[in-house]
Design a protein around this ligand. Structure first.
Ligand code: PEP
Ligand code: MN
Length: 360
């Protein structure tokens, strides 16, 4: 059996978008129950409660999760409020503890998806399970690794599968904690339309302000659900405080989501996909321009220190010739590329001028 043969009927048991909410980390029984209670009280459609029990942290000596005791709290959340429960597993011990505690949905985190040995170990520990297993994209932008992880699970006869798009690490920090790189997730979706795709706006944004837009964007391109970090007291959270929201804010976010018109699904999907790819590229162009301007300012400082004229006709000639040649190679109009580069160059000169006259 191949991934494309999977039916993934499990997603049909949830109304869409399927929402998973709960804290980044389980911290105490009181925090878990309070968060669950308040999510319930909002009446928002959230069938699944998440909480990290074991936390993979970038640096040592941080809070690494409460461990197995937190599984009892997840159980209580299920018993008292009727949620299905979900947690991350990162090795075979986690799997056996989570299975024993009857956690309903397990996910493989972004730092585990990168490691085929880890994924294989988890897959073998889960062999034949009927539970839903979700795989986050790897931290690095590698589609094959993401698909490979799902194939390893299927190889152990695990058939209730789904994917979570949580964005990709970058060295240059942008407005995102993890760059969405929509192209990768959309390529995944077009290759495997049968595998449900959820968005994790919390780890993409790294803050509270962008969550609604990213979630809406995902729905516009046909994602089936979202996993959103929600905490009874986000400011005091032991991990990922900046990106967590209260149950009440979550409920508002959910009620403002526009679920796409399924009658026009094909059109919406394709239109949404193109628009998302264009926004993604626009974002990248702006980021690149901003980096280019910063370097240009450094050059401005050097010119000032060495008393060199800002405008260097020879240098501009090289830049313009290169741009025109690239325009030819990529089938774009030379006139258009020349205009774009003139505008960039002018802005660069303006920035350097400001440095020369000490305006900034
Ligand atoms: C999480 O969901 O809390 C988490 C650790 O996410 P990721 O694996 O995406 O970093
Ligand atoms: Mn988190």
């Amino acid at each position: 059996m191949n991934l494309s043969d999977l039916k993934n009927e499990w997603i049909k048991e949830f109304s869409q978008p399927m929402m998973i909410a709960g804290p980044c980390s389980a911290e105490s029984e009181a925090q878990m129950l309070e968060t669950a209670k308040r999510i319930k009280e909002t009446n928002a459609q959230v069938p699944i409660f998440r909480a990290g029990i074991w936390k993979p942290r970038t640096k040592p000596n941080g809070f690494e999760g409460v461990g197995v005791i937190g599984l009892n709290w997840l159980k209580k959340v299920k018993e008292e409020y009727g949620f299905l429960t979900a947690t991350e597993v990162a090795n075979a011990h986690h799997v056996s503890a989570a299975l024993e505690a009857d956690v309903d949905i397990l996910w493989i985190g972004a730092r585990s998806t990168v490691n085929p040995f880890t994924v294989q170990e988890i897959a073998e520990a889960l062999k034949g399970t009927k539970k839903i297993v979700l795989v986050k994209n790897p931290v690095n932008p590698d589609l094959a690794l993401w698909i490979g992880a799902l194939e390893r699970l299927l190889g152990q006869d695990i058939q209730n599968l789904g994917a979570i798009h949580r964005g990709f690490s970058t060295y240059q920090k942008t407005k995102y904690r993890n760059n969405p790189n929509w192209q990768i997730a959309l390529d995944f979706k077009s290759q495997f339309p049968n595998i449900p795709m959820l968005i994790d706006p919390s780890h993409i944004c790294g803050n509270r302000t962008g969550l609604a837009d990213i979630t809406q964007e995902a729905l516009n391109v046909g994602y089936q659900g979202a996993i959103i970090e929600t905490h009874s007291n986000p400011d005091e959270a032991w991990s990922d405080a900046a990106q967590q929201i209260t149950p009440e804010v979550l409920a508002t976010l959910i009620s403002n989501l526009k679920v796409r018109n399924s009658g026009l699904a094909g059109f919406d999907d394709e239109m949404g996909r193109h628009r998302t790819l264009i926004s993604d590229l626009d974002f990248q162009m702006i980021e690149l321009l901003s980096q280019r301007m910063k370097i240009s300012e450094q050059i401005g400082k050097l010119k000032k220190e060495n008393d060199i004229a800002i405008f260097q006709p020879e240098r501009w000639k090289v830049i313009a010739e290169y741009a025109v040649q690239k325009a030819k190679e990529t089938g774009m109009s030379q006139d258009f590329i020349e205009k774009v580069f003139k505008a960039i160059h002018e802005e660069s000169i303006e920035k350097q001028n400001n440095i020369m006259i000490d305006r900034i």
